[in-house]
Write a protein that binds this ligand. Structure first.
Ligand code: ACM
Ligand code: ZN
Length: 723
C-alpha cells in the first residue's frame, strides 16, 4: 500500500470514529465521565447474565426490559458488587467481549442499567440482536435529592399513570416522587380510621355540575410503592397541614375553628378554613392519620405541607386564642410553629423526619425539619444557615405548571440549586431539588406536555456536573425525543411555540409571529376568516382578532394563540404614570399598545397590576382631539386578591396641568365573588381635549371574610381605549 493510501485510510477511520463518538454521546442526564471505545457489543439470545446476589432485583428488571431471554453465556453481562463505591455511583464498561456494571448498592446498579438502556438503539425492543457501542462510564449524582412533585389532588391521577411516571423518573435517574395527597379540592389517601375522608373528601362537585374525584386505597399505594422500590424511586407522601385542608374539614367539620359544615372546594386558591390549632382533638386526628400514612409509606421523610395557611380563623377562634395564651405564644405565626413542632415531635417518635414548605420557618423552625424552598431561594438559604437540610424548588425555575413564557427549557437548565452566599459547609445542607407539577390547570392527559422536555433539564441540573453547556444539552435532547416517542411520552414544547408580537408604527399595528421552533408550520386568520400560511410580518390599521395555530404538529396539544387588537385614538400615545405598576405585572409598560388582556389569565403579560394603591395615569393625545367614548377594563380573581375597583374617575385637561372631572363611575365590588372575570368601565361624553386622566381607586384592604383578610388588594387594568 502506498503512503498516500495509508494516510487516506487513517483520515477516514478517524472521521468515522468522530462520527461514532457523536452518535453515542446521548445519555440524559449527562454522565460525569464517558470514555468512548471503538467497536460494539452484541446483545442477543446468546447473551447471559451473571449477578451478585445483592442485585437479584436489578437483574430481573434488566431482563424484563429486553425483548429476549438472557439464557446464553453467563459471563456476557455481569452485575458486580464494588463496595468501594458511593451509594449511587456506578461504573459501566461495555467492551466487545462483555458488559460489566459495578455498584455498591442496588441504587447504583439501577443507574448503570438505565445508562445502558439509554445507549441501546431507540427501538431496541423490536430487535433480536441489539448492537451497543463500547464505552466506559463512571458516574454519580451531584445531589442526592432529585425529585418531582405530582399533585394528584387538583386533578386525580390514576395508579397506572403514577407507575408510568415512576418509570420515566428512573429512566432519567430522578429518585424522588413527591405525592401531594391532600388538598382543599380532594383527599386522595384511604385512612381506615376516618372513612369519610375518602367517602366525602375525595369528591368535589365541579362547577360544570360533574362529580369529580378519586383516591388510592392502601392496596393501590402499596402496589405503587413496591413498583417504585424496584426502580429505586422513593415515594414521599405529603399530608398538608394546617392549611389546604378543606377536603378534610368537609369530611369532618369538627376539625375547623368554626365546626361549620363546608363543601370540598371546587375553585383554585388559598382558603380560610384550616385545621383548628387550639383543639387537641385535631392533633389526635392528625396523629391517627399520620400513623396510618407511616404504616403505608416506608420513606424516612413525611412531608407535612405548611404553606399558605391563612390565619383569619385562628384570630377569631376562642380555642386558638386560648392556645396562644396557654403556650405563651406571641401571635398566630407562632401558633403555626407550635402546630408544626407538635406534629414533628409525633413524626419523630415514629422514627421519621418532616419536610415542610418554607413558610414553616416563620414563627420558629421545627428542630430538625427539612425545608422545601418554593417562594424563591431564601427559605433554603435560611435553612442551610441554620444547619437544616433544604430542597430547592423555587417558582422561578421549578414550577412546571407555569407557562413556557415564564419557564422554558433553557431557563430550567440555567437553574443552580446552591444559592450564592452560602459557605461550603452551609452548601452541604442543600440536598437537591424538585420540579413541581401542580395540577390546577393540568388534568392527567396534559401532564406529559408540561413535564417534558423540561424534566430533562432538571434531571441534568440535579445529577450532572455544575458546569454545563445548553447547546450541547440541546443536541442530546433533540435525539432523546426519539426515545421519548418510543416510551409514548406526549411531550410539549421547549419554549413558547407561538408569540404574536404587535408594535405600533405610525398608528398601525405591525404584526410579527415568532415561532418557538424553526420546523413549525404556522397559519393565521384575521377576524375568524380564512387560514393563511404565515411567512412575513404585516401591517393592520383596524381593530382585529388574530388567531394563530401550528399545523402538521406532532404534538398532542398543538400550539395556538390569539390576540385581540383595538385600533383607537390613543393607540401608541404616551402614558404618564402618577402611581407605579408592580414590576411583576408591567403589562408591556403600556395601556395604549392596543392589545387586550386575556379574559381569564391575568398573567398573560398584558394586564398591568397595582398593589395596594390607586391607578392614576394621564394619556397625552398629542393634540386636541374629539372623542365620545373612553373604555377600560379591570380583572377580578379574589383568590389572587385582585378586586375590581369601586370607583373610576375620568378627568380631562387641555394643558396637562389643570384637570376637570367629567365623569365618575361607581361600582359595587364584591371581594368574595368567585371566579375570574372582567368588568368594563365605559365613559360616554363627547369632548374635545388633549390630556385624559384616569383614576381607579384601589378596593383597599381585603375584608374579614376573605382568606387574606386585612391584606392590601390588587387592581389589574387593561387597555385604555379612546374612540
Ligand atoms: C406551593 O406552591 N404552595 C408550595
Ligand atoms: Zn381554632
Amino acid at each position: 500500500m502506498t503512503r498516500i493510501y495509508l494516510l487516506l485510510i487513517l483520515i477516514l477511520t478517524s472521521c468515522f470514529q468522530k462520527i461514532e463518538k457523536k452518535e453515542i454521546a446521548n445519555i440524559i442526564p449527562n454522565p460525569q465521565n464517558i470514555i468512548y471505545k471503538t467497536g460494539s457489543f452484541n446483545l442477543n439470545s446468546d447473551t447471559g447474565i451473571n449477578y451478585d446476589s445483592l442485585f437479584l432485583s436489578e437483574a430481573k428488571y434488566l431482563q424484563n426490559q429486553l425483548p429476549f431471554k438472557l439464557n446464553g453465556n453467563k459471563n456476557s453481562i455481569i452485575l458486580k458488587k464494588n463496595i468501594n463505591l458511593l451509594e449511587e455511583e456506578y461504573f459501566l464498561y461495555i467492551s466487545k467481549k462483555n458488559i460489566i456494571i459495578e455498584a455498591a448498592t442496588g441504587k447504583g446498579q439501577m443507574h448503570g442499567i438505565q445508562s445502558l438502556i439509554q445507549l441501546l438503539p431507540n427501538k431496541y425492543k423490536e430487535l433480536k440482536d441489539i448492537v451497543t457501542p463500547c464505552v466506559e462510564i463512571h458516574d454519580f449524582p451531584r445531589f442526592k435529592w432529585r425529585g418531582m412533585l405530582l399533585d394528584c389532588c387538583r386533578h386525580f391521577m390514576d395508579k397506572e399513570f403514577i407507575k408510568r411516571y415512576i418509570d420515566l423518573l428512573a429512566y432519567h435517574k430522578m429518585n424522588i416522587l413527591h405525592l401531594h395527597l391532600t388538598e382543599d379540592q380532594g383527599w386522595r389517601v384511604e385512612i381506615e380510621k376516618y372513612p369519610k375522608l375518602t367517602e366525602i373528601g375525595a369528591w368535589r362537585n365541579n362547577k360544570n355540575g360533574e362529580k369529580y374525584g378519586g383516591f388510592y386505597t392502601k392496596k393501590d399505594l402499596i402496589e405503587i410503592i413496591k413498583y417504585a422500590q424496584i426502580r429505586h424511586v422513593e415515594i414521599i407522601p405529603e399530608i398538608e397541614l394546617p392549611g389546604h385542608s378543606v377536603a378534610a374539614i368537609a369530611s369532618y367539620p369538627q376539625l375547623s375553628c368554626t365546626g361549620k359544615s363546608i363543601e370540598v372546594e371546587n375553585d383554585w386558591g388559598v382558603f380560610k378554613d384550616i385545621y383548628c390549632a387550639g383543639n387537641d382533638s385535631v392533633y389526635t386526628f392528625l396523629e391517627n392519620v399520620l400513623t396510618e400514612v407511616i404504616e403505608i409509606f416506608p420513606s424516612k421523610y413525611i412531608h407535612i405541607g405548611g404553606d399558605e395557611a391563612p390565619k383569619f380563623r385562628w384570630k377569631e377562634c376562642v380555642k386558638c386564642q386560648q392556645k396562644i395564651q396557654s403556650q405563651n405564644l406571641k401571635d398566630e405565626h407562632e401558633l403555626q410553629s407550635y402546630f408544626i413542632k407538635r406534629i414533628e415531635k409525633f413524626i419523630e417518635s415514629k422514627g421519621k423526619k418532616i419536610i415542610g414548605w418554607d413558610e414553616i420557618i416563620e414563627g420558629g423552625i421545627a428542630p430538625s425539619a427539612t425545608i422545601q424552598s418554593w417562594r424563591g431561594m431564601e427559605g433554603g438559604v435560611i435553612a442551610a444557615q441554620n444547619n437544616h437540610e433544604a430542597i430547592m424548588s423555587p417558582t422561578s425555575h421549578c414550577y412546571f405548571d407555569y407557562d413556557l413564557e415564564a419557564i422554558d427549557l433553557k431557563k430550567v437548565y440555567s437553574f443552580e440549586p446552591i444559592p450564592k452566599g452560602l459557605t461550603n459547609e452551609q452548601s452541604k445542607y442543600i440536598i437537591g431539588g424538585e420540579c413541581n407539577m401542580w395540577s390546577e390547570h393540568a388534568p392527567q392527559e396534559t401532564i406529559d406536555s408540561k413535564v417534558f422536555p423540561r424534566i430533562l433539564a432538571i434531571s441534568e441540573v440535579l445529577w450532572s456536573k455544575k458546569e454545563k453547556n445548553f447547546n450541547e444539552f440541546k443536541k442530546r435532547v433533540d435525539k432523546h425525543y426519539k426515545k421519548l416517542d418510543v416510551l409514548g411520552v406526549k411531550y410539549g414544547y421547549e419554549k413558547t411555540p407561538i408569540k404574536i408580537n404587535s408594535t405600533v408604527l405610525n398608528h398601525q399595528f405591525q404584526i410579527e409571529i415568532e415561532k418557538g421552533d424553526n420546523d413549525m408550520d404556522i397559519e393565521y386568520s384575521l377576524n375568524n376568516g380564512l387560514w393563511e400560511k404565515y411567512t412575513n410580518a404585516f401591517l393592520i390599521d383596524t381593530s382585529v382578532i388574530i388567531n394563530v395555530k401550528e399545523v402538521n404538529s406532532k404534538r398532542k396539544f398543538p400550539a395556538k394563540k390569539s390576540l385581540t387588537l383595538n385600533h383607537h385614538l390613543a393607540l401608541g400615545k404616551k402614558t404618564k404614570y402618577l402611581t407605579n405598576f408592580d414590576k411583576n405585572y408591567p403589562g408591556q409598560g403600556s395601556l395604549t399598545n392596543g392589545v387586550s388582556g386575556n379574559n381569564t389569565n391575568f398573567r398573560d403579560g398584558q394586564w398591568q397590576g397595582f398593589f395596594g394603591k390607586d391607578v392614576e395615569v394621564i394619556i397625552d393625545l398629542e393634540e386636541e382631539t374629539t372623542f365620545s367614548k373612553v373604555q377600560t377594563s379591570f380583572f377580578q380573581y379574589h383568590l389572587s386578591w385582585i378586586i375590581i375597583p369601586q370607583k373610576v374617575e375620568i378627568l380631562t385637561s387641555k394643558n396637562g396641568e389643570e384637570f376637570k372631572k367629567i365623569q365618575t363611575i361607581n361600582h359595587k365590588s364584591d371581594p368574595m365573588k368567585e371566579g375570574k372575570f372582567i368588568k368594563d368601565f365605559i365613559f360616554t361624553q363627547k369632548q374635545k381635549t388633549r390630556f385624559i386622566k384616569i383614576i381607579a381607586k384601589t378596593y383597599g384592604n381585603l375584608p374579614m371574610e376573605h382568606p387574606a383578610a386585612g391584606s392590601k388588594s390588587w387592581t389589574f387594568i387593561d387597555q385604555i381605549i379612546i374612540e
